[in-house]
Design a protein. Structure first.
Length: 404
């Protein structure tokens, strides 16, 4: 007997909840960078060290979240986590007089941990609330939620005029609205009774394409995503001598590029060979980073940031869709947790490495590693990953329908 289709309202409510949660966490990311780089004037090494500390605790919670998400009601799990996420911003808003380096680190670590605990459940739910193929579903979700999250950059860029306390209250409100939206979804019974992470790892190892794309993405995140998170805020402060509004504008340009590229990507989906597109994007990213390294004028800087966002938007979406559509259903949340954990594991390593490199040799040096890694990923990916020849199941299923 075929499985019942999700309700027509399920995906819109899922998008609303995910968009509001992403907006709140986008605001969180901006606030952490602004507090450390501009408000506290943290140097490059201490900034990299702080980012590493904030990213370490969530790794364990992410894997635990993936284990429990496969055997729990994902809706209830996300509802509890979203409600809990309202509390830390309000606590910080009530104690601004004690805001220092270690308080900011604790705030960032707690919020990252809450996000990590819920991300596997949110990711695994996607297959159960959509009526479209996974490639287009993930892309539509990325576009819609990212556009919603762009409002967070606008708010963050006005933190100095609005006041930090008011911005933190807005952040708590976004989490509350996200909880309300997730509450409109029907119950989502467990997909599996297994809590054994080893089964999920075994299933991942037996799925070579998913295994290889997660591995490649981990290496990419070390020096490409890491460069954006660690190097670029320092570049804004030290090379362009800019303020919070400039930092927010940079993030908006990146997000516009990311969202715009996903809109175009959606029009061509499902892609037959998404792995080839992913690998080709590595070479264009190397070129973008090389031009940023030369300290371009402001107008070209923003154009390159937008292009970098477009590049990262495409590669991130293709990684997610490849894992999402190849992972076995019984272990999907666990495998997605491994994917998300690869980002978190990469973050502290890249934060410490790039912070040290930027502190010792100059901010722009942090971009050079990304150039070398991008070229290396292309070569290794083409020769030995299997991604070059991978055909998407979404495309394979749709092809017969086109010929009827």
């Amino acid at each position: 007997m075929p499985a019942a289709l999700p309700g027509r309202a399920d995906f819109p409510w899922y998008l609303a909840s995910s968009g509001l949660a992403l907006a709140a966490m986008t605001l969180q990311g901006f606030l952490i960078q602004w507090l450390l780089v501009f408000h506290l004037q943290t140097d490059a090494m201490r900034f990299g060290f702080s980012r590493a500390l904030m990213e370490l605790p969530p790794i364990l919670l992410l894997l635990l979240g993936g284990m429990y998400a496969d055997r729990a009601d994902g809706r209830r799990m996300l509802l509890l986590i979203s409600c809990a996420a309202c509390l830390p911003p309000l606590a910080v808003a009530a104690t601004l007089g004690h805001l220092g380096y270690w308080v900011v680190i604790a705030f960032g670590a707690v919020m990252a941990a809450l996000q990590s605990a819920g991300d596997p459940a949110r990711a695994a739910m996607l297959n159960r609330v959509t009526r479209m193929d996974i490639q287009r579903t993930v892309t539509a979700m990325t576009v819609v939620t990212t556009f919603v999250a762009m409002g967070a950059f606008w708010i963050g860029g006005r933190v100095e005029s609005l006041g930090l306390a008011n911005v933190l209250v807005i952040q708590a409100g976004l989490f509350a609205l996200s909880a309300g939206a997730i509450g409109r979804l029907p119950p989502l019974p467990p997909a599996s009774g297994s809590l054994d992470l080893r089964r999920g790892l075994r299933a991942l190892w037996q799925t070579p394409v998913a295994r290889n794309v997660i591995g490649i993405n981990f290496v990419s995140a070390l020096f490409n995503a890491g460069a954006y998170i660690v190097v670029m805020p320092l570049l804004v402060r030290e090379v362009y001598a800019a303020d919070a509004a400039f930092l927010a504008a940079m993030m908006m340009a990146f997000t516009i590029g990311s969202s715009g590229s996903n809109v175009l990507l959606f029009l061509f989906m499902p892609l037959a060979r998404p792995g080839r597109v992913f690998l080709a994007m590595q070479l264009t990213r190397a070129a973008i980073l090389a031009m940023l390294w030369y300290e371009p004028p402001v107008w070209l800087f923003f154009a390159l940031i937008c292009a970098w966002g477009a590049n990262m938007g495409i590669t991130s979406t293709l990684v997610r869709t490849t894992v999402q559509e190849t992972a076995p259903a019984a272990h999907r949340a666990k495998i997605l947790a491994v994917l998300l954990a690869s980002f978190l594991i990469a973050s502290p390593i890249s934060a410490l490495t790039l912070g040290l490199v930027a502190g010792m040799t100059g901010v722009q040096s942090g971009l050079l590693l990304g150039i070398v890694i991008s070229v290396g990923i292309f070569v290794v990916g083409v020769l030995s990953s299997g991604l070059w020849h991978f055909e998407s199941p979404s495309f394979a299923r749709r092809t017969p329908a086109r010929s009827e």
